[in-house]
Ligand binder design. Structure first.
Ligand SMILES: [Zn+2]
Ligand SMILES: [Zn+2]
Length: 121
């Protein structure tokens, strides 16, 4: 988890995406991806998710961060190794990605993750 500086939103949290999802975000497409919230926000495409074995870490995503950092069963190390191998990993402003998401009905993931909530109809 970290902070980045966005030209539009200032100091914000960020999403990290594999090269394939980064390309979708660059072209203002709604990223069609797996979303993992483990020590941060990670977007990976099907191919990266499968080839790096991210399904092994689904159980980590459901744990609070305070629990995750206390684990000593090797899952964190395995997760970090897979994370390091995400192809062309890039960081994107959480608010910018949330704005992209607002065009879709699937905004639940961002609730609580950002202050930029979609306006009520
Ligand atoms: Zn990918
Ligand atoms: Zn932004």
């Amino acid at each position: 988890m970290g902070i980045m500086r966005c030209k539009i939103h200032g100091r914000v949290g960020f999403v990290e995406a594999c090269a394939h999802i980064a390309k979708q975000i660059d072209t203002q497409k709604l990223p069609n991806c797996h979303r993992l919230t483990i020590m941060g926000n990670i977007f990976v495409c099907d191919d990266c998710f499968n080839s790096l074995g991210f399904e092994r870490f689904a159980s980590l995503a459901s744990l609070p961060l305070a629990e995750v950092i206390k684990l000593d069963d090797g899952r964190i190390e395995a997760f970090e190794a897979a994370y390091d191998r995400i192809e062309g990993r890039r960081a994107f402003c959480l608010s910018c990605v949330a704005e992209l998401e607002c065009h879709s009905a699937n905004v639940d993931w961002f609730m609580g993750a950002t202050a930029a909530e979609p306006a009520a109809p």
